[in-house]
Ligand binder design. Sequence first.
Ligand code: ADP
Ligand code: MG
Length: 238
Amino acid sequence: NEELLINSEKLYVAGQLAAGIAHEIRNPLTSLKGFLQLIASGRGNSSNFYDIMKSELIRIESIVSELLMLSKPQVYEFVHKDSRQIMADTVNLLETQAILHNVMIEFHSDYRPLWVLGVENQLKQVFINVLKNAIEAMHNGGVVTITMSLEEESAVLIRIQDEGSGIPDEQLAKIGQPFYTTKDKGTGLGLMVTYKIIDNHQGRISAESKLGVGTTFVIQLPYKEIAVAKAEESDFAL
Ligand code: ADP
Ligand code: MG
């Protein structure tokens, strides 16, 4: 009985998500169709339409690729990784974008490796999503401070603090809901995907924010010491 209930809840959520996706993709499709009709009819200067059409196509593309992150079937390999390395790679990846927004990324971390058991690309996706939001929230530039440390030998603690616009209290509960965005060109999918990945990794994520001061995202991932893992493996072999 309880299981039935859970299933119907899942169906309900899936239905809501499907409706949202359909809506979000239909809008740019409708507009693309309109422009194609205009071009076909020979009215207006068609070269003016191409930029808009391209941005509508890019919108559809980014919605679809973010949703792909949610699909299960691919085989995910959980491997031991130093999460500091994953973060360092991510920071490198976003360097150009940060500079374009006058944002400096400061990265502090423990000297020892911060081992996690995870899917590297997914964790990278999490860091990208949160860092991109931080950069996008700083309309006049500023500093994003990343701090990584070990908490009680059991969790890797990652704080990503920005000096951006902040999130009003009544909006804080809505972030992470599918398609919730306050940006003109946002998809409102980044944080949903992020929460899902963190959940798959038995982690936690939370956000604190102060309007006009900034926002801090705190991520906790289980710490998986590599020596222990190796020892367990070799025990098994003996
Ligand atoms: P998107 O970035 O496409 O809007 P997200 O799911 O990544 O979608 O974020 C949802 C919303 O959460 C954003 O539109 C923004 O309003 C809010 N948000 C997320 N991170 C921050 C941040 N660091 N500072 C201010 N607002 C944020
Ligand atoms: Mg985002």
